[in-house]
Design a protein. Structure first.
Lengths: 229, 307
């Protein structure tokens, strides 16, 4: 589904990703774990076309998308839930979700999105900026789902969220995958959450993938050592 | 204010108030365009006054063409002129965005310089085509008269028409931004450009048309402007500063604020101008605005939301 080959990304002179190669399969959940500053967010942003790629290739659904602008990537089936959620704070909850509909030329918010996040239906007239962190996270996911993605990219979804809501979110993400048969690529610092949702875990360090395992045979202690500061 | 009786004063206030309303209309239309463009793209369009003048010249051309070739239609030419003014400024706006502005989005200070340069170029083009002398637009007779509201108060008909036009356009802009699908995309790009792209909105396209619409509204302001001033290549310069004042005073993010501040400033100007000289009125208004902005730097109106 998504295939990344020797991806290099640099901010000015300093290279942040030194040639990443990995794949995400159909309906697979892949978690990218690593400490702060190891390149997780840069990877997610570059997959969305938000930072320019210096080298390598990204193919999605058989087509090369390395040089496409972000809105065309969304049209191809990528959706993005950014770190810090980036809700349109001066628009209502419903309008926030509707911003994701344009790319599919749809007009009404699909009912199943509100089924997934009932709290958003209750709050649909409120400004996005006035929601709590957890509600904003749900809104960001709902907005991404409105674009009818084939691959959902989440950047640190647990950041700033209460522990009990984190567990619920893991369940929700699995449910989204099962119901919609889409793939999920998720960057994460909380190992328990990553192990909870992922079919496969990649460990990124210093802009390189240093370890990867299927969940069944993952060595949690080894991965935890990579995450330790 | 010696020498005026109370009824005189009331009449003066009312009539100057109406004169102020035409100025208000031009301010609102100019400021709407400027505020939309600044709000979405962070571009301060120094050439906005020249888009106003383009609209004014279009009205001038339209009046002459209609007078010469279709005198029967002369009574209603103004409405065609408004459309023409919008269309011309809209198209020029889109071309300018495509040629110039879009290359400078990452350098906001340079857009200031570039659009200022553009305003000089446009002024010279107007001078070459239309000449440096001021031109006036002839209005059809039915628009020239005044309604006699009371013995001492006269309300000019063209003022009422301009007001009506402004109300329609303001409502139109409101509906466009807050009720239409297009407006939702504009607000998303205004709110967070990067994220708007990442939910699938083509930000380049939205930018181009928003810039065009902002300039087009300035063109309509130009058509209205022909009724209160004479058109010359540099006349736009007189309005651009006041328009900036209106936008900043109102709070750049708020449509209501723009309208309220345009109203305050134009009415204050117009009423004071009767009693003082024009430049003293200007100075007083400016000082007051500066004073208020020191107390309330974010402008009159802001949206209460966590960002």
């Amino acid at each position: 589904m998504l295939s990344v080959t020797d991806l290099r990304v640099a901010y000015g002179q300093s290279e942040a990703l030194h040639g990443l190669t990995f794949e995400v399969g159909q309906a697979e959940i892949v978690a990218v774990v690593g400490r702060n500053g190891m390149g997780k967010s840069t990877l997610m942003k570059s997959l969305m076309g938000l930072v320019p790629t210096r080298g390598g290739h990204v193919t999605f659904d058989g087509a090369d998308i390395t040089a496409l602008p972000s809105h065309t990537r969304v049209a191809r089936g990528l959706a993005y839930v950014p770190q810090g959620r980036m809700i349109f704070s001066t628009m209502t909850v419903q309008e926030n979700i509707e911003t994701g509909l344009f790319v599919r030329q749809r007009k009404a918010v699909p009912a199943d999105i509100y089924t997934l996040f009932p709290v958003l239906q209750e709050m649909r007239g409120r400004y996005g900026g006035n929601l709590s962190g957890g509600q904003q996270q749900q809104l960001a996911i709902a907005r991404a789902l409105a674009t009818e993605p084939k691959l959902l990219i989440l950047d640190e979804p647990t950041e700033g969220i209460q522990p009990n809501i984190i567990q619920e979110m893991a369940r929700t993400l699995r449910r989204i995958r099962d119901e919609r048969n889409l793939s999920i690529l998720c960057s994460e610092q909380v190992l328990s959450f990553a192990l909870d949702i992922a079919d496969r875990v990649l460990v990124i360090e210093g802009g390189r993938i240093v370890h990867q395992d299927r969940r069944a045979d993952i060595d949690a202690e080894l991965v935890a050592r990579y995450l330790a500061v | 204010m010696g020498g005026y009786s109370l009824t005189d004063l009331v009449s003066i206030m009312a009539m100057q108030g109406f004169a102020g309303l035409i100025l208000f209309s031009v301010f609102v239309l100019m400021a709407l365009g400027l505020a939309i463009i600044f709000g979405q793209m962070g571009v301060i369009n120094m050439a906005h006054g020249e888009f106003l003048i383009l609209g004014a010249y279009m009205t001038y051309i339209c009046s002459h063409v209609v007078q010469t070739y279709a005198p029967a239609l002369f009574p209603v030419y103004f409405f065609a002129a408004v459309l023409l003014a919008f269309g011309a400024s809209f198209l020029l706006g889109i071309v300018v965005e495509w040629l110039l502005i879009r290359h400078l989005y990452k350098r906001p200070l340079d857009t200031l310089l570039a659009t200022w340069g553009l305003s000089l170029i446009l002024q010279q083009i107007y001078r070459s085509i239309f000449g440096a002398r001021e031109v006036g637009v002839e209005l059809p007779p039915w628009m020239m008269g005044a309604l006699q509201a009371t013995d001492t108060i006269q309300i000019p008909i063209n003022g009422l028409i301009v007001m009506g036009l402004t109300v329609i356009i303001t409502i139109g802009v409101y509906l466009l931004i807050y009720r239409s699908r297009w407006g939702k995309q504009i607000r998303a790009v205004t709110g967070n450009r990067v994220m708007a792209g990442a939910v699938g909105i083509d930000t380049d396209r939205i930018d181009r048309y928003t810039f065009g619409i902002g300039c087009g509204i300035a063109g309509v302001a130009g058509a209205a402007f022909t009724m209160i001033g004479s058109t010359s290549p540099t006349a736009g310069q007189l309005y651009i500063v006041d328009t900036f004042l209106v936008v900043v005073f109102g709070g750049a993010a708020s449509l209501l604020g723009t309208i309220a501040s345009a109203f305050t400033i134009s009415q204050a100007r117009s009423t004071l101008e009767f009693f003082l000289s024009g430049s003293m009125a200007q100075v007083l208004v400016l000082l007051t605005v500066v004073g208020i902005l020191m107390l309330r730097p974010q402008g009159l109106f802001t949206l209460k939301v966590r960002r």
